[in-house]
Design a protein around this ligand. Structure first.
Ligand SMILES: Cc1cc2nc3c(=O)[nH]c(=O)nc-3n(C[C@H](O)[C@H](O)[C@H](O)COP(=O)(O)OP(=O)(O)OC[C@H]3O[C@@H](n4cnc5c(N)ncnc54)[C@H](O)[C@@H]3O)c2cc1C
Length: 359
């Protein structure tokens, strides 16, 4: 790094949040240095990257759903063009009802004019258009897909390195000093620092007051036996979900555990996923387990992200808390955060950390 340089921003964390925010700030002419510890605690690197605007068994959707989807299309397409590789894949999702009530939720929502584009055809119990068990029926969900996050992060790491904007370092907050002129970390000086460090922000001396609710998850990679034609080619979503990815591979996910924070896949989690798959597929024997992984989602108690500036230290910012939906939401929120930092625009109320009292 150049001697005596004063960056506009240091960013801690090169996950999806830190990467997209750094990319936007640099494109706006700001000087940025991203510090990451080689993805030691990365949620992004294990995530399947599924884009699903209808969350949970009630198919909840945010009022932001269409701006999120617009930013998803624009952002990943722009990056794909730059990298000359496809990071975003749209694939329909087969939503299987698990409870009788879900048919009612479906009926209510699919009739709402503003979200009709999210719903495809409904199918009767026992007649799914894919080789899966669907005793209660279900429907086809549109505008879903997935992001190849590890490839995208590898591309953005190279893009940052080419601009001398990435350093591999494990940052200890005790080594960060804050004064009226900005921040200092070792020999690096900057006007401000932005924490994009995932669930580890909960140990942060400045932002630890925010109500993080870290959520550990296991996820599996499976490989189809050669010539297996009887496997789904859509995303299948019941309690367990299955995602067909590249070259006959599938991702199977994912578990939730709010008590443990490590990235070691637990045997019970792996077992629960494999059992879920056996109940889901007509031919589970066609898939063999290749890899099990785990990570901790940077989830929050009110399920909304944490964006903003520290109430007492205008040099300290946070862009975090994307929980289980970062691939869908980070493109839009990184636009909002950039406009907030550079133009003083107001943050979306649901995401602004001003909603929490500082203790
Ligand atoms: C099993 C599983 C499946 C998931 N599936 C999906 C999915 O299908 N779709 C979806 O949208 N989301 C999914 N997610 C959630 C998704 O991973 C997150 O929403 C998103 O990736 C969070 O990105 P982030 O950049 O905020 O955090 P992270 O990806 O955790 O990035 C933080 C980075 O900061 C680094 N870091 C932390 N502290 C320091 C430090 N002190 N010094 C230096 N570096 C540091 C970490 O090592 C890491 O590289 C899943 C998560 C898990 C665990």
């Amino acid at each position: 790094m150049p001697e005596n340089k004063i960056y506009d921003y240091l960013i801690i964390g090169q996950g999806l949040a830190g990467s997209l925010l750094a990319w936007r700030l640099i494109n706006e002419g700001k000087s940025v240095c991203v510090l990451d510890d080689g993805h030691a605690s990365s949620s992004s690197m294990v995530a399947a990257g599924v884009i699903n605007p209808l969350a949970g068994k009630r198919f909840n959707h945010s009022p932001h759903v269409h701006v999120w989807l617009e930013a998803v299309g624009a952002t990943y397409t722009q990056l794909s063009r730059l990298a000359k590789q496809p990071f975003l894949q749209w694939v329909d999702m087969l939503r299987l009802f698990r409870e009788k009530d879900q048919h009612r939720y479906y009926e209510r929502l699919s009739g709402q004019e503003n979200i009709q584009d999210l719903f495809g055809s409904v199918f009767a119990p026992g007649h799914p258009p894919q080789p899966v068990a669907a005793p209660l029926g279900g429907f086809v969900q549109k505008r879903t897909g997935y992001v190849r996050i590890p490839s995208l992060l590898a591309f953005l790491a190279d893009w940052l390195k080419a601009r001398q904007a990435l350093e591999i370092a494990s940052v200890d907050s005790e080594d960060i000093s804050v004064d009226d002129h900005g921040v200092r970390y070792g020999r690096l000086r900057a006007g401000g620092i932005i924490f994009c460090d995932g669930y580890r922000s909960m140990k942060n001396p400045w932002f630890g007051y925010l109500p993080f609710a870290p959520d550990k998850g296991e996820i599996l990679t499976l490989q189809a036996r050669p010539g297996s034609g009887q496997l789904p080619d859509m995303i299948i979503n019941a309690a367990t979900w299955l995602l067909p990815v590249d070259n006959g591979a599938f991702r199977l996910g994912s578990t939730h555990n709010h008590r443990i924070q490590d990235n070691q896949p637990a045997a019970e989690g792996v077992q629960a996923l494999l059992e879920g798959m056996s109940r889901l597929l007509d031919h589970p024997e066609l898939l063999t387990l290749e890899k099990s992984e785990a990570g901790v989602r940077p989830a929050t108690s009110d399920r909304q992200p944490f964006l903003g500036t520290h109430p007492a230290h205008p040099q300290l910012h946070i862009f975090n808390g994307f929980g289980a939906h970062g691939s869908l939401t980070i493109p839009w929120y990184s636009q909002q955060m950039t406009a907030f930092l550079l133009e003083g625009k107001t943050l979306p109320e649901n995401a602004d950390i001003k909603r929490f009292a500082w203790r």
